[in-house]
Design a protein around this ligand. Sequence first.
Ligand code: 5AD
Ligand code: SF4
Length: 438
Amino acid sequence: MAEPKKLYIKTYGCQMNVYDSERMAEALGGQGYVETKTPEDADMILLNTCHIREKAAEKVYSELGRFKPLKEARPDLKIGVAGCVAQAEGEEIIKRQPMVDLVVGPQSYHRLPQMEQAVRSGTRALDTDFPEEDKFEVLKERPKSKRGPTAFLSVQEGCDKFCSFCVVPYTRGAEVSRPAERVLSEARALVEAGVREITLLGQNVNAYHGHEKGLAGLIWELDKMDGLERIRFTTSHPNDMDDALVEAHGTCGKLMPYLHLPVQSGSDRILKAMNRKHTAESYLKLIARIREARPDLHLSGDFIVGFPGETDADFEDTMSILREAGYGTAFSFKYSPRPGTPAAEKTDKMVDPDVASERLYRLQEQISSQQKALQDSMVGREVSVLFEKRGRLDGQLVGKSEYLHAVHAIAPESLIGEIARVQIKESGPNSLGGVLSA
Ligand code: 5AD
Ligand code: SF4
């Protein structure tokens, strides 16, 4: 049998890219590739890129530069760029970087096997189409090999919301949902391979309409699946949190009490300029409704500071909503103009970069303090932990609580892939420590 070829994939950005990288590796598996963790021994290097924030393209070019010596030493080495920078820059990458053999967008990576054949025969391949066919229909069933206890499953891609700062509607295209039966069959295969927790992914996942009852309908179908113990989903838009999904948070046993629901800003003026189509108040009311259904819900969010025109008062509104909504964690970013988006044209309203940095610093301090307080409040409580792997200490396992806190405890290795009750005893910088409940 021929020696397998080696594939090195480097993944940037969101969980959807992590999922896409797995699928790309599987697609190239059919071409005789196995994954390697080091670029030095790879026959193909793929960068799966992200375009969401600052200097994305420049970062890709500089990363490519690092592979130049490898390519010079082994001209047979093939180098590809995938993901959202590939989509946005396409032809430009081929022109600017002669050592790139292949450029493939996020909607066309099912064509990688043919593209790989083309590059092996010495041509360069570019595909940034939004093809008619659904890539998931073309990709083979996922391999049955044993997997870890948690997995991502992509159910929806693209976005029709057009927040004025965001490239996603351009790089990932219009909102498309995978039919529920396809999602369920992929979920079943994951569970058979050992997965106990599935995180449903989509750029705007709660706009999912591949089931007649929307995302809640899909979640309820998954709730019935034997062997699957936990369901999560990310990322959502507040305006797509329908009643059924709010209710599922209270009644669906497998749906975990953790929700990532970005608000971006606490100022109505800025929310309007961002084209978010909701207000701070409507967001807070929604959170109150979800908490009514599930009082112990842990809320996570995304924030942008320094959006064009943001004043000190607007920023204070953001600080207020951070406290009022009671986030247990949040991700925060300094606004960066993305080419082609409406907000990028507001060059006359740009916030001074030092002011933006200072706001980001204050916001992050507040987020850290809320995060720490919430984590500390877990001490003395009993949580459910899905153990994923060995910990740093002998005999220790680590896993995640229902609230997505990392938890470590002394436990037998047979508990990997199992859910156990753990009494929390201590709160460290990045994780909780506990003991198995009697
Ligand atoms: N500048 C800064 N942050 C951004 N995000 C999206 N676009 C931009 C941008 N142009 C952030 C948002 C989004 C998260 C994934 O990235 O907060 O929710
Ligand atoms: Fe981007 Fe999310 Fe807004 Fe869609 S809802 S445009 S993905 S920030």
